[in-house]
Ligand binder design. Structure first.
Ligand SMILES: NC(=O)c1ccc[n+]([C@@H]2O[C@H](COP(=O)([O-])OP(=O)(O)OC[C@H]3O[C@@H](n4cnc5c(N)ncnc54)[C@H](OP(=O)(O)O)[C@@H]3O)[C@@H](O)[C@H]2O)c1
Length: 332
């Protein structure tokens, strides 16, 4: 009989403070719902905390497993076992996307979502490497068609997706301008390599146009809300505004005459839905992120860290707009 493992479960859909409970759960089998009968079993050292888990505590995320369940989409740890043909094997340090189950001492990921973790990165950084960096690469390169020497404006630039987008854009040869709301977040955006930082409550659109000599080539927008029209106005001819999320709370609407008048595009980037059924795309993005780690461009910025039982505090930090970089649970 396998021993139970320590975990955090979502037991009701009442928000981060009251939805969570500690539990001893059975150690997972080496099988993942995306790859039934196979999976990489990971001894979790650090679990990444992200917006999907926050939304899951309210039942507002598209994935709605029956209660109770263990949330946690990604982890950094050590491989306990891996199926034949996987890119990792027993004892390897690994960065893995498990979708659910990461807030636990042991988790399982599909083979195509487990990547060897570079010796340059610690486990906490490994727990921040897939969701945000794969999304950033997908948004910038595959959806935004970012070219060498182009300019990129990043909203929410001190956050998880934001810091990742700044680093990946740099690695792809772009110049970057970051939009943030506070002094502390300006520091974080600079640490992530932003060439210029402007304030979300200031004249950021005009500052971006001046900085880019008339307009930026790509906007990465995980925030949405009121600023969307100004994002379109800040684009150069042929520019692309890539929609990534709506942390600002409201989903913007576009008057499409703006697209016609200025020859610009709005592009959606839904990473999860796109890659889940495409193992080869995952491997390719993983290889590109691995290259950017090796070349020194990608270094996940870990912000607040909590013990496993502090998961509610971690989620409340995201909820209150207080997080910078990647929020992580130290599981061991
Ligand atoms: N499309 C995809 O495939 C994909 C993949 C991963 C994540 N996402 C989404 O991307 C979004 C960002 O995720 P993240 O992990 O980067 O989050 P995060 O670390 O919390 O950063 C979000 C940023 O949004 C800004 N923001 C503005 N208004 C806010 C508000 N009312 N509440 C919270 N933040 C607010 C904040 O920056 P300022 O304070 O500087 O404005 C904050 O730093 C989420 O909606 C997430 O679901 C989408």
């Amino acid at each position: 009989m396998p021993l139970p493992v320590r975990a955090i479960q979502i037991t009701e859909l009442s928000g981060p403070r009251s939805a969570l409970a500690e539990a001893d759960v059975p150690e997972p089998e080496p099988s993942h719902p995306m790859t039934p009968g196979g999976g990489v079993v990971v001894e979790v050292h650090a679990a990444g905390v992200s917006f999907p888990e926050l939304l899951q505590t309210r039942g507002e995320y598209q994935l709605k497993p029956p209660l109770p369940f263990v949330p946690g989409s990604e982890v950094g740890g050590v491989v306990r076992s891996a199926p034949e043909g996987a890119a990792v094997s027993e004892g390897d340090r690994v960065s893995a996307f498990c979708m659910l189950g990461g807030f636990a001492e042991v988790a399982v990921a599909p083979e195509f979502f487990a990547f060897p973790l570079s010796g340059e990165l610690d486990f906490a950084q490994g727990a921040g490497l897939i969701l945000n960096y794969h999304t950033a690469y997908f948004a910038l390169k595959l959806r935004g068609r970012l070219g060498d020497g182009e300019s990129v404006l990043v909203h929410g630039a001190a956050g998880g997706v934001g810091t990742a987008a700044l680093q990946v854009a740099k690695g792809l040869g772009a110049r970057t301008i970051a939009v943030v709301s506070t002094d502390e977040k300006e520091q974080v955006a600079r640490e992530a390599g932003a060439d210029e930082v402007v304030r979300s409550d200031g004249p950021w659109k005009d500052e971006a146009k001046e900085w880019s000599d008339g307009g930026v080539d790509v906007v990465v927008d995980p925030v949405g809300g009121d600023r969307f029209t100004d994002s379109l106005r800040s684009l150069a001819e042929g520019g692309r505004c890539v929609v990534v999320g709506f942390t600002g709370g409201s989903i913007p609407e576009v008057r499409v005459n703006r697209l016609l008048l200025n020859n610009v595009e709005v592009v959606g980037a839904g990473w999860g839905a796109y890659v889940m059924s495409k193992p080869d795309v995952n491997r390719e993005i993983g290889a590109e992120i691995g290259r950017l780690v090796d070349e020194g461009f990608v270094r996940p910025i870990v912000g607040a860290r909590f013990p496993l039982e502090g998961a509610a505090d971690a989620l409340e930090l995201l909820d209150s707009r207080g997080a910078t970089g990647k929020v992580v649970l130290d599981v061991r």
